[in-house]
Design a protein around this ligand. Structure first.
Ligand code: ZN
Length: 165
C-alpha cells in the first residue's frame, strides 16, 4: 500500500544548470522584464513534485521571485527557440495572473502584446491601432525590449569623455 500524504507536496526553486535551455531562455526574458518593469525581481523556475500515483516528471513553472506562478507547466523544449517561446509564454501568464497587470505593453499603442514567430524566432507583436496606416507590428524580438525602451544615445558618452567633435 502506498501511504497517503495529507500535506500538498512542497515546491522547490530550480537551481541554474538543471535545465540549460530554460536557464538561457529565462535570462533572455528577464532582460525584457528589467527593461519594462524595473522594480520587479527576476523571474525564476519553480518545480512541483509529480503526483505520487502518476508516472510523470515534476512540473516546472516560471515564477516570481517569491515563488508565485500562474498558468501551465513548461513543456520540455527541444531547441533554444522553443524554450524561449515556452518561457516567454509562461512568464506572461505568471506576470498577468499574479501581478494583475498586462505585460508586456507596446509603448506606441498602450496595448498588451502577444507572442508571435518571425523567421523562427519568438517576438513580441502588437495588434496596432486598428486604423489604416497603423497596422499590427512586431515591437521587438523576445529579450530585446530594452532596445525600444532604452534606446542608445551615442552622443551622451561622447560628450562625457570630452573627445566628441
Ligand atoms: Zn503597438
Amino acid at each position: 500500500m502506498r501511504p497517503s500524504f495529507p500535506r500538498p507536496p512542497e515546491p522547490r526553486f530550480v537551481p541554474a544548470g538543471e535545465h540549460p535551455l530554460w536557464d538561457e531562455a529565462l535570462a533572455t526574458v528577464n532582460r525584457d522584464l528589467a527593461a519594462t518593469l524595473p522594480g520587479q525581481h527576476p523571474l525564476c523556475l519553480i518545480a512541483y513534485p509529480a503526483d505520487a500515483d502518476e508516472d510523470e516528471d515534476e512540473r516546472v513553472y516560471v515564477a516570481l521571485a517569491d515563488g508565485n506562478a500562474h498558468g501551465n507547466a513548461l513543456q520540455p523544449a527541444g531547441s533554444a527557440d522553443w524554450a524561449l517561446w515556452g518561457i516567454a509564454d509562461a512568464a506572461q501568464d505568471t506576470i498577468t495572473g499574479c501581478l494583475w497587470q498586462v505585460w508586456p505593453v507596446c509603448t506606441l499603442h498602450g496595448l498588451g502584446m502577444h507572442l508571435a514567430k518571425q523567421s523562427g524566432r519568438p517576438v513580441w507583436s502588437c495588434a496596432g491601432g486598428g486604423r489604416p496606416g497603423d497596422p499590427a507590428h512586431v515591437r521587438a524580438a523576445v529579450g530585446e525590449l530594452d532596445t525600444v525602451h532604452r534606446p542608445h544615445r551615442p552622443n551622451r558618452k561622447r560628450r562625457k569623455d570630452g573627445k566628441g567633435r
